[in-house]
Ligand binder design. Structure first.
Ligand SMILES: Nc1ncnc2c1ncn2[C@@H]1O[C@H](COP(=O)(O)OP(=O)(O)OP(=O)(O)O)[C@@H](O)[C@H]1O
Length: 319
């Protein structure tokens, strides 16, 4: 795998960094439930931004609004200054790629074929060309295969190119999802719980992979429950609670924010508008992760030593 070693994040905004993704006043209602409440978020080029929050906070729903799976009830989502159409394939074409909380591979296709599927938004060959299979088609196919193999090298899966996706271990299936997303040549990659169910070594490898992706010039927005992963990785972290953006700042600031710790611990959030009502608690694992991460001196995050919460604690919400 072509990766950099795990390192301190680069500054969030370098002089030549520009806004890539701009979500403005996004609201998503499902009947009487407001899952996302007026959330605005910007991701700049060169950044790795984390999106965290308790179960049911609205993180995946927000991702779905960003990637065209849901049409937000209100608000706009722009990429490089252009409002994105709420159609997933057009969003991908514009430069956003994503992975899903619940792995979505073509199980009976090979690893290479899965990555080739991810390239379809970047190939011009149409149905007629595919039927005729002339020189243009063969040239385009050869180029796609070469790029797909490069991505498999990059993610450490090249030796398994001809394996069926369903035969890969779980951690490698997640990597393959990332390789397939990268095949659309995105400027921004959205990862929904990329380390869920991974062991500590796989989590560390994923961390290095994300740094390497950023080093390739691709910005990353990542949802994750593993707080050590998030705080070690991200230049900036946004915290959603009950669909609202509670706090946004650098990892150092967010992990010490009492409101964040309170939200994860299920204690009342102090400050304006306080009602004294308890906030929804995250899993106790997430709570202790925040607390223990907050106790670490800046720049001395421990290696991850716990897997993310079990999948059965997560909701099937990539609908
Ligand atoms: N398609 C849908 N229809 C109705 N309600 C939905 C739908 N998708 C999500 N919700 C609800 O919206 C709220 C936010 O869910 P969401 O999955 O976005 O949270 P999350 O922060 O991603 O949670 P988790 O960390 O458990 O994945 C929940 O109450 C959920 O039940």
């Amino acid at each position: 795998m072509t990766t950099t070693s795990t390192q301190a994040p680069v500054p969030a905004q370098t002089p030549d960094s520009v806004p890539l993704l701009q979500a403005s006043g996004v609201i998503m209602r499902f009947g009487g439930l407001t899952a996302v409440q007026n959330v605005s978020l910007t991701v700049n080029s060169g950044e790795i931004v984390g999106l965290i929050g308790p179960n049911g906070a609205g993180k995946t729903t927000f991702f779905n609004c960003l990637t065209g799976l849901y049409v937000p009830t209100e608000g706009t989502v722009s990429y490089r200054g252009t409002v994105l159409p709420p159609k997933p394939h057009l969003v991908t074409k514009a430069g956003l790629a994503r992975t899903f909380q619940n792995i979505r591979l073509f199980a009976n296709m090979t690893v290479l074929e899965n990555v080739l599927v991810g390239r379809h938004t970047r190939t011009r060959e149409g149905l007629l060309s595919a039927l005729i299979r002339g020189p243009g088609y063969h040239k385009a196919e050869a180029k796609s295969r070469q790029r797909a193999m490069e991505l498999l090298e990059f993610t450490g899966l090249a030796e398994k190119a001809e394996h069926l996706a369903r035969n890969l271990p779980y951690g490698e299936q997640r990597k393959l999802e990332i390789a397939r997303a990268l095949a659309s040549e995105p400027g921004l990659l959205l990862l929904d719980e990329p380390t869920a169910g991974m062991n500590p070594q796989e989590t560390r490898a994923t961390e290095e992979l994300v740094f390497a992706i950023r080093d390739q010039g691709i910005a990353v927005l990542v949802i994750e429950h593993d707080m050590r992963f998030i705080f070690n990785l991200c230049d900036r972290v946004a915290v959603l609670v009950q669909g609202q953006l509670l706090v946004e700042g650098t990892s150092e600031v967010v992990q010490r924010d009492e409101r964040v710790i309170a939200a994860y611990l299920g204690e009342p959030i102090a400050g304006e508008g306080e009602t004294g009502e308890a906030q929804p608690a995250a899993t106790s694992a997430a709570a202790s992760e925040v607390a223990s991460a907050a106790e670490q001196p800046a720049g001395e995050q421990p290696a991850p030593d716990e897997a993310a919460p079990a999948d059965d604690e997560q909701q099937e919400n990539d609908r």
